[in-house]
Each structure stands twice: as C-alpha cells, then as structure tokens.
Design a protein around this ligand. Structure first.
Ligand SMILES: [Zn+2]
Length: 276
C-alpha cells in the first residue's frame, strides 16, 4: 500500500507540474489565515479555519484540482465550504472538485446549479456564517456586473473578497458588458459601505480600503466627462480621442479598456436617457 500511495502521490505531483507549466498558479498569503489563490488572471480565496478549510470560487476543474493538492500539503483538515462570489462560469466552474465534501454557498439569486454544482446554502442580501474561528460576512452588491454578485468579508482578518465589480487601481472591464455605468458604480459604492482593511480581488492586485474610493472617483469622472462630451454633440470616437484620463495611465486595463470604458459609458447614458 505504501508503494501504491507513493505512486499516486508521484502521479499527482507530475500532473501538477504538467498543468503548472500551462497555467500560472499560486497560493499567496494575504493576512493571518487568509490566502488568495491564482489561476492565471483569476483569483479566489482560501481560509484555513480551526475546523476546516473554506474556498471561495473554484475557477475551473483543473485549477481546483491543483488547489486541492496545495491545501492537502498544508493541512489534513477537510475543505468544508465552497463559496461562490457569483455564477459567471469563468470564476464558478469546477466546483464539483470540492462539492463532495464541502457545503456549497451562493447568493439566493444564484441559479439552482452553478455550472453543474447544486447550491446547498443560499444566503440573504446581508448574511454571515461562522466556521470555526472565522466569520464570513456576505453582502449582495446589487445588479450591475451580474445579478448574484456578493462580497465576502473574512474576520478577524478583515479581508474583503470582491470579484469583477472592481479591483484596486484597475479600470472596469471593457465596455461593462451586460451592465451600465450607474449600476456598476453602485456596486463599487456598495463595496465602500463594507468594513474591512484589505481588499483581495478576483482579478489584479491586493489593495486597501481606500482603493475603493479611487475606483468610484474614476467611474464618476468617466461618467461626467462622457456625459458632458455627448451633451456637447461629440461622437464616441472623438471622446475616445480626447478623454485620456491622464491620472490613471498606470492602472491595470488602461491601455486595453480606456476606449471601451468610454463607449460603454456612452451606450449606458444614451440608453438611460441621461443625454440631452
Ligand atoms: Zn463575472
């Protein structure tokens, strides 16, 4: 049996190395017992409590299998809970890797099954769960990016896990597909209503509480300048030429998404009747 166990461990290690060559993966301490885990451009959360391990967002099956191995190297404790930030497949695939042992948690607006995994516990707009020595506070961020997006604040570390609505010093995604500037900005404001010290996002870099207000300011500036330009009779192409938002040139997404932010905001404002 020892030989078999060794063989299995070796095979898992080899497969881990093989997939690690294809994907950038890491398990990174944020604070205390709270870690973020990376699969290329996507990040989830891992919390080691004294009564089991809590994972937020499975991302995909290959990544989750890798994470399961990483967790097993650090603790014999089981993975007891799987939390979904929201049901978008790029963050929410692969939950079946954990669902056999873990209680599956999502917002009450989430679909019955999330990419094939059934939800065990649906949380209200403001809700919380205690697991061992940690508390998880859930807050629905409203409609905007998605319809079932919630923030998770872990205590006592006071780490907020926020996916897609915002990330520190990062522009909103492309032209805010499926949403509009006002709903999306309100989601970011809702993050600002939370009480936390460290923001661990689903994309990009870790930041502090003040990073939320910076993003709100960018989005308010974006909205105001696009609206003023449209009201002055300018075209979207002209605004994309003129509005360079020079204070944000070092933010993630500036080069790729600035023009799309402008066109998406123009689309939102025209659809809502805000333009004169
Ligand atoms: Zn999403």
């Amino acid at each position: 049996m020892k030989a078999l166990a060794f063989l299995i461990v070796t095979l898992i290690s080899i497969s881990g190395l093989a997939s690690a060559q294809d994907a950038t993966r890491a398990l990174i301490n944020v604070a205390g017992d709270v870690y973020r885990w990376q699969n290329n451009n996507h990040f989830g959360l891992v919390v080691f409590t004294n009564s089991g391990v809590v994972v937020a967002d499975p991302i995909n099956a290959d990544a989750s299998s890798w994470l399961e191995g990483e967790i097993a190297e650090r603790t014999d404790a089981p993975i007891t809970h799987l939390i979904y930030s929201h049901s978008h497949a790029d963050h929410a695939s692969g939950g079946e890797v954990f669902a056999d042992t873990a209680e599956v948690i999502a917002h009450e607006r989430a679909p019955d099954d999330i990419v094939g995994v059934f939800v065990d516990r649906r949380v209200a707009d403001v809700d919380s769960l205690t697991v061992g020595d940690k508390t998880f506070e859930f807050t629905f961020l409203g409609e905007g990016h998605g319809t079932d997006l919630m923030a998770v604040v872990v205590r006592p570390e006071n780490v907020a896990f926020v996916v897609d609505a915002m990330a520190p010093r990062r522009l909103p995604f492309r032209d805010m597909p499926g949403s509009n500037i006002d709903d999306w900005t309100n989601q970011v404001r809702a993050v600002g209503d939370l009480d936390f010290d460290i923001l661990s996002p689903g994309h990009g870099n870790v930041g502090d509480y003040d990073s939320v207000a910076e993003v709100v300011t960018y989005m308010e500036t974006l909205r105001a300048e696009v609206l003023a330009g449209l009201n002055a009779g300018k075209t979207v192409a002209e605004l994309q030429e003129e509005l360079t938002f020079d204070g944000y040139t070092d933010w993630l997404g500036y080069d790729d998404w600035r023009e799309a932010n402008i066109s998406g905001t123009a689309r939102s404002l025209q659809a809502s009747g805000a333009v004169n």
